[in-house]
Design a protein around this ligand. Structure first.
Ligand code: EPU
Length: 417
């Protein structure tokens, strides 16, 4: 298993490109299941989760061919078994995104029930509630959700809570359903908007994505399209947090500031100078950082996927920060590892009290999930001496060549097989 070895203490300076968004690419790739024609997806990041999704789609009979450097052309004309097996779903919960499209296109699907995961229980009851409201019959058999429906029918669905992939699953299913579906209390995340953009490019009629009410008028069939995935706002935020912690001046090309307000506000509050144009963000951080309180919330609130990186930033800030996690019940696994570097963090329930320390010292730490790993990288860049991060495969799920990008900014970081 690969490790990352970081010699901390170097400021970050320079320019890098932001990759396509993992959490937009994953649902967009599954949208290929909705049509017999070819869906060409551009700006697909090279990530383990993307490879897992392509593997899953491939096992169902979707053919995939490379399209340029970052594109993939998918064709789901002849689908075989509409099954998402346990061995894939357990490695990537986003596999559940095939449920809606398969049900809508083929009238049946068998998807392994995702178990718990490192960051919490994460049930899928809202996905099922929505599909059942549209007429699907869903039973549980030997750990699998077995769904069937002759043709889904439009329905009014009020989600009990805001769920990103739940909203996406229903949106995809509804685009081939008979009649109108209205999703209330829908997720407003930019990735939901990106998926809606792709579906509409395929001939769907989705309006209201980005608000909490999404209306989908079902169509008989969808056609092929070419669609470019949006830039990754969490990758962007992670590099910004790294620069804020390590100091320096970094420009992120291709980044979108308009979808990062909550994060940019907190970086400014921490003392960084942030400038932005429509397709880049630049951060300058010199001197001390100030502790910033934050509370995660669905978009446009502060993203849970940026919480761990900000705990790392707060670890080396002046003052004490209160960080509250409201989305996932077990998302402070990084606290223990950050403590091994000398951070002063106390976790009580869903709140972490982070008292800034004047220095962190390198140590060997273990990545526990994707964003927790990112926080260890941020801390390792600041810590004195050598930090070794084990189980880097978590990072590879969601960050494209993170060590190469950071090296380009002057970080002393290398991957050791
Ligand atoms: N929830 C339910 N029932 C459901 C669905 C969700 O109780 O049917 C709960 C979850 O347990 C959680 C909350 O609702 O407490 C929100 O979960 P959501 O469904 O929004 O999460 P998700 O769709 O499974 C996506 C991202 C996550 C990101 C969350 C929150 C993808 C592929 N994943 O997950 O990304 O943290 O939204 O924004 O889009 C990551 O990239 O590291 C990551 C974990």
């Amino acid at each position: 298993m690969d490790k990352l070895v970081i010699e901390g203490g170097a400021a970050l300076t320079g320019t890098i490109d932001i990759s396509g968004a993992k959490n937009a690419a994953l649902p967009i790739l599954t949208a290929a299941l909705l049509t017999e024609e070819t869906l060409t997806v551009e700006n697909v990041p090279h990530l383990r989760d993307v490879a897992t999704m392509l593997d899953l789609l491939g096992r169902m009979g979707v053919s995939a061919s490379r399209h340029g450097k970052l594109g993939v052309a998918l064709n789901a004309r002849s689908l075989g078994d509409p099954v998402a097996p346990y061995d894939l779903v357990k490695t990537m919960r986003a596999s559940v995104l095939v449920l809606g499209p398969l049900l809508a296109r083929l009238g049946s699907a068998r998807v392994s029930l995702p178990g718990g995961c490192a960051i919490g229980l994460r049930p899928v009851d809202q996905h099922l509630k929505g599909l059942q409201a549209m007429g699907a019959t869903i039973t549980m058999e030997q750990g699998y959700m077995v769904a069937s429906a002759p043709r889904l029918k439009g329905a009014r669905i009020c989600m009990d809570l805001v769920t990103v992939t739940g909203t996406e699953n229903i949106m995809m299913a509804a685009s081939l359903a008979e009649g109108r579906t209205v999703i209330e209390n829908a997720a407003r995340e930019p990735e939901v908007v990106d998926l809606a953009g792709c579906l509409n490019a395929m001939g769907a009629r989705v309006i209201g994505a980005g608000t909490d009410t999404i209306t989908i008028d079902g169509v008989e069939r969808l056609h092929g399209a070419r669609y470019r995935v949006m830039p990754d706002r969490i990758e962007t935020g992670t590099f910004l947090a790294a620069a804020a912690a390590a100091g320096g001046r970094v420009r992120l090309n291709g980044a979108r500031a308009d979808i990062l307000d909550a994060v940019l506000d907190k970086l400014r509050e921490a003392g960084a100078k942030v400038e932005a144009a429509p397709d880049w963000i630049e951060i300058q951080a010199h001197g001390t950082r100030q502790a910033v309180n934050l509370r995660t919330a669905p978009y446009p609130g502060f993203p849970t996927d940026m919480q761990a990186q900000f705990v790392a930033l707060n670890s080396v800030a002046q003052g004490t920060a209160v960080v509250t996690e409201t989305i996932f019940e077990n998302r402070f696994m990084h606290a223990q590892e950050l403590r091994r570097l000398g951070a002063d963090i106390e976790v009580e329930g869903n709140t972490a009290i982070v008292k800034g320390v004047t220095r962190l010292d390198g140590a060997t730490v273990m990545a526990t999930d994707l964003r927790a790993s990112a926080s260890l990288v941020v801390a390792g860049l600041v810590a004195r001496g050598t930090t070794t991060i084990e189980r880097v495969y978590h990072l590879d799920r969601g960050y494209e060549r993170i060590e190469e990008k950071l090296s380009r900014l002057g970080a002393r970081i290398r991957r050791v097989p």
